[in-house]
Design a protein around this ligand. Structure first.
Ligand code: ATP
Ligand code: MG
Length: 579
């Protein structure tokens, strides 16, 4: 149950709506039970009065009005209760989703890298939704039942102490037995249901996302079968749930039937000290109506296992510590000091896995990059070039050593300032589902359309604006981009962002020669006053670089200027020769 604590705390903020919902729920219950009880008594009393002299004095109007009033009260109460409690729970869910997002964002990419997209989606949607069950199906019905039973027993005890007490004791026993019994019965199935629902989403999303690949390799059918199997499993869980609900309701009605007989038997000789009277009908109908108090909790507790499983899945995300934590403010901002932006890597080591034997992606690297210098990083695929850039943007944190910018350790910069200091053209450019404008504005939110259009023309993507200008929709449901076009969107973003440090991760990979030289000319013009780190496989234009660094398996094996390195006839020379 401890799993639910973080969510119960969120309830506090909406205490008013949630409590009002419960009060209205109580009034509805009162009206419903009162209606049956009063009607039972009224019919019998009216019949008895009809047979006696009392027919002349019997007040038909007041109980009749009471019955009407309770009937209308029940309808209005139920409507009000639904509106108020749903409003409160939807607000609660909104808060919960925001809370979940706030906890989730810092965990990307380190902690949630192991979760699949579909699984994360499922946690965000289904598991968060399951949290409103805690209030709607568990807390509220239990409180209402206990309160209702107490009031009903007290009311009946006023007429007949023993009967009121007996009915109260039986109902209390049922309120304790049903939740425990059906929690146990539904627990295993509920947990499997939560897991199977997540599996179904994972398989379905895999199938949609990889559909063209699956078709090409003839694997589509196999994947579809997986979806079918997951769906069957989920439907089986749902069927079991329905059976358990049916059983809970049926047994409750049975228990109510027996209780009714018992109460009838106990009240047969009359209520309290008086002999047989219409009050018997009042008590018996009250016992009959008491089932209303228990119905909401009859099947509800079978969902507790499911809710707990969802809470556990959410807690895995909410409870995780972010690997990379930024301070709220930068102590001495680099911009204010105007110190320029040199970069130092001091004995930096990093491995992707915490395992001691894991290979180091960056191995004891020491590298000084003077402000406004241009550095090229070369190395075979997998030698750690992109990782080095990601360490500088704190996508990951170093495990040993230190990186500093302008003499300040990287972890003293707040996130906003670090992002303002560095522009990145990453190796894999992601296109958001949105317009061309949206896709560029992420790099410079205050840019106007003419600046965006000019940048697009500079990177050779002017044609993208031919039909709908910057409103051209990209990504899902819109215009798809080729690999080279995506790359140039990445470059346009880097140019727009215009920070003092520019990181380029193979920006011209996959571009033809003439586009490449156009882009390089643009970048060189843009470089001028910046510190540039340029990761590349192509050995063209390196003579202009201030420093060339060669990496091998995460280690810096050589550095120097183009001509010096060629003279040295080491790794760089070999790379040069092999092309
Ligand atoms: P390329 O030239 O192909 O882009 P690279 O030099 O940029 O290669 P990196 O991407 O830095 O290489 O990868 C260095 C090593 O770290 C590789 O062995 C790679 O498999 C591994 N690696 C990269 N990203 C991850 C990750 N997220 N989790 C685990 N290992 C990773
Ligand atoms: Mg790379």
């Amino acid at each position: 149950m401890r799993e639910l604590l973080p969510y119960l705390k969120l309830y506090k903020k909406h205490w008013f709506g949630l409590s009002l919902g419960m009060i209205l729920g109580f009034l509805t219950l009162f009206a419903s039970i009162g209606l049956l009880t009063l009607s039972g008594w009224f019919l019998s009393a009216a019949a008895v009065a009809g047979l006696t002299i009392a027919r002349e004095t019997f007040n038909y109007m007041l109980p009749g009005g009471g019955v009407r009033g309770l009937a209308m009260g029940r309808t209005a109460g139920r409507w009000g209760e639904r509106v108020v409690s749903h409003n409160a729970t939807f607000k609660l869910l909104t808060d919960l989703r925001v809370y979940f997002y706030e906890k989730l964002t810092p965990l990307i990419p380190g902690r949630v890298g192991v979760l699949r997209d579909a699984d994360l989606l499922n946690r965000l949607v289904a598991d968060v939704s399951a949290m409103d069950h805690v209030y709607l199906r568990l807390i509220s019905p239990v409180i209402l039942s206990v309160l209702g039973i107490t009031c009903l027993s007290a009311f009946l005890m006023w007429f007949d102490y023993d009967i009121g007490l007996t009915l109260g004791a039986i109902l209390m026993a049922l309120v304790i037995i049903w939740p425990v019994l059906f929690y146990k019965l539904g627990k295993g199935n509920g947990q499997r249901l939560t897991q199977n629902r997540a599996d179904l989403r994972i398989y379905a999303l895999d199938w949609i996302e990889g559909h063209s690949e699956l078709l090409l390799f003839g694997a589509e059918k196999r994947y579809r079968q997986k979806i079918d199997q997951a769906q069957m499993a989920l439907m089986t869980n749902q069927a079991i749930n329905a059976h358990i609900t049916g059983l809970a309701n049926a047994l409750l009605l049975l228990a109510n039937g027996f209780t009714l007989i018992l109460i009838l038997w106990l009240s047969a000789d009359g209520i309290g000290a008086s002999g047989p009277s219409p009050l018997i009908a009042l008590v018996v109908f009250a016992a009959l109506a008491s089932v209303e108090l228990l119905m909401p909790i009859a099947g509800a507790f079978q969902y507790l296992g499911q809710t707990l499983a969802s809470a556990r899945r959410l807690n895995e995300v909410i409870g995780a510590e972010a690997d990379v934590q930024f301070p709220a403010h930068t102590h001495s901002p680099v911009f204010a000091n105007n110190q320029g932006c040199d970069i130092q890597f001091q004995e930096v080591s990093f491995a992707y896995s915490a395992d001691n034997n894991a290979p180091l992606a960056v191995d004891n690297m020491t590298l000084n990059i003077a402000r406004r210098s241009k550095v090229a990083i070369l190395g075979k695929t997998g030698s750690g070039k992109s990782t080095l850039l990601q360490l500088l943007t704190r996508y990951w944190d170093v495990q040993q050593g230190q990186i500093s910018i302008a003499g300040q350790p990287l972890n003293t910069f707040c996130e906003t300032e670090l992002r303002q200091l560095i522009s990145v053209v990453s190796q894999r450019v992601d296109i958001l589902n949105g317009t061309l404008r949206d896709n560029l504005l992420i790099a410079k939110p205050n840019a106007d359309d003419s600046e965006l259009a000019a940048t697009l023309v500079n990177v050779g993507l002017g044609e993208l604006m031919n039909e709908q200008g910057l409103n051209q929709w990209l990504g899902d449901g819109g215009r798809q981009l080729s690999g080279g076009e995506k790359r140039r969107i990445g470059i346009a973003r880097g140019v727009l962002h215009n920070a003092p440090i520019l990181l380029l991760d193979e920006p011209t990979e996959g571009l033809d020669r003439s586009t490449e030289s156009q882009i390089m000319a643009l970048l060189e013009q843009h470089y001028q006053n910046k510190t540039v780190i340029f990761v590349t496989h192509r050995l063209v234009g390196l003579a202009h670089m201030d420093n060339i660094v060669v990496l091998e398996q995460g280690k810096l094996v050589e550095q120097g200027q183009h001509s010096a390195l060629l003279k040295q006839q080491g790794r760089y020379y070999q790379l040069h020769q092999s092309l």
